[in-house]
Design a protein around this ligand. Structure first.
Ligand SMILES: CC(C)(COP(=O)(O)OP(=O)(O)OC[C@H]1O[C@@H](n2cnc3c(N)ncnc32)[C@H](O)[C@@H]1OP(=O)(O)O)[C@@H](O)C(=O)NCCC(=O)NCCS
Length: 192
């Protein structure tokens, strides 16, 4: 398929997805700090992210990844009161295979409100409309909160991969959830 870029701002009902940038760095840093013990359980990078400088460095990396179509990282803000909620990213983008993977986190104080369900829906709508055929969500088999986001959004468990995911206690089994585009596959010639 043709390469494409997603919009830098995507509106949902109660929140907006904004391309990660330095203006958000203080909010991201504060959210990580106040949710550290919650987030570190399933996100390997939390222990390595200690200061505002670490967040700024990560934002630089994400800006390059955005430009290279390697990963599209969005920060989530509530509408209309502009509270920083968390983050959702598209990674493992393959234009050839028409596939991509979603990853996400919320600050602890904004969980249990359905914000991530809304962000996933908004982002997958854009990805399917642009021609992505297969979206994957990968979760540690013990990460029930993340699995519930995937299941509630209509993703199906495709496989469980053994000792496939880093966890600070060792390698954990990983559940792979998948959802397919409602549109026909694009870009293939029909054989006679
Ligand atoms: C994974 C994570 C983002 C899920 O957060 P979450 O708040 O459970 O997910 P949602 O924002 O979709 O909210 C769903 C919850 O809000 C409730 N809810 C309240 N109002 C709602 C609404 N208007 N619409 C939908 N759900 C609503 C749902 O019932 C559900 O609660 P329940 O799980 O107790 O049944 C969060 O737990 C997290 O950041 N974990 C740490 C990082 C992590 O593990 N990331 C994933 C790595 S694979």
């Amino acid at each position: 398929m043709e390469k494409f870029k997603l919009k830098e701002a995507i509106m949902a009902e109660r929140l907006i997805l904004l391309k990660r940038c330095h203006e958000h760095d203080r909010d991201v840093c504060q959210a990580i700090e106040e949710s550290r013990s919650f987030l570190r359980e399933y996100l390997f990078w939390v222990d390595k992210t200690k200061t505002l400088a670490d967040v700024e460095k990560a934002t630089e990396k994400f800006a390059k990844k955005w430009d290279d179509d390697d990963e599209w990282c969005y920060n989530l803000y509530s509408i209309p009161d502009n509270r920083f909620l968390g983050c959702i990213g598209v990674h493992n983008i393959s234009f050839m295979n028409q596939s991509a993977e979603l990853g996400y986190w919320l600050r602890l104080s904004e969980t249990g409100k359905g914000y991530m369900a809304e962000a996933v829906k908004a982002l997958e709508t854009e990805l399917f409309a642009a021609g992505i055929h297969r979206i994957v969500i990968c979760c540690d088999v013990h990460n029930y909160n993340s699995e519930n986001v995937a299941r509630r959004a209509g993703y199906q468990l495709e496989s469980t991969q053994k000792e496939a995911l880093y966890h600070h206690t060792g390698l954990h089994d990983m559940d792979l959830f998948v959802k397919f585009s409602p549109y026909p596959v694009r870009g293939f010639e029909l054989k006679a």
